[in-house]
Design a binder for this molecule. Sequence first.
Ligand code: LER
Ligand code: MN
Length: 272
Amino acid sequence: MIKTAITVSLVEEARGGPFVLWDGVEQGCKTAAELGFDAIELFAPSHEAVPVDTLKKLLADNKVGIAAVGTGTGMVKHKLNLCDPDAGQRDRAKAFIRNMITYGANFGVPAIIGSMQGRWGGEVSREQAFDWLRAGLNELGPFAADAGVALIYEPLNRYETNLCNTVEQGVELCKFLDTDNIKLLADVFHMCIEEADPAAAMLAGKGYIGHVHFVDSNRRAPGMGHLDLAKIADALKATGYDQFVSAECFPVPDSATAARQTIGAYQKLFPR
Ligand code: LER
Ligand code: MN
């Protein structure tokens, strides 16, 4: 069964970003539960921002789960990424991600590497960047496995990375890793920019996709753009995918409307 999630951002520096709920983690859990989402996806300033026990209690009190934890703050706030030419910065990037993996593992959920993957350019060749990316994932994947969770890697559109832009490139990357604990995040917004056929790309990701950001063409709530979302949802279902579809979209026209629009669309596209 495909489960539903909604993003909660606690990161002021990410204001304007594609996160739906912004009024704190307590309110986020409450809103998610009230609307009928199965879980929140948490974008936090650090692994220390919300103590594990506090979040466990909030989740239990609201009868809502958690789907995944983001690592984007490492990049947004601290400029940390896995392809930094400075070895110390790469180590700090890995330490930030390890802390998030451990944090998520307390809830049995994966961390997501999106913008922290970095990019090639300047003094860093494409080959070098991919070597560092693979080395990072080969180190962090088994670390996550030891903690009992997968580690999620997200291909991003060309304006955010020049490493992997498509699901197919993500699958190729996974095939050349020494770990099988890296799963892909298929973000329909990035796919809308990069894929010739997003539905076909979902099918091509069969067995590799571990998380989905299911939004519309313009990164608004599903149904507020121009994608044929039924076709993409059908393809995802045809792969046997049984993890989360999560709303990483803009709070447009406001958080409440985007959240309601999203859960309505998810209930139609992914009926129980
Ligand atoms: C992260 O999930 C993502 O999709 C990035 O585009 C955020 O900047
Ligand atoms: Mn995403």
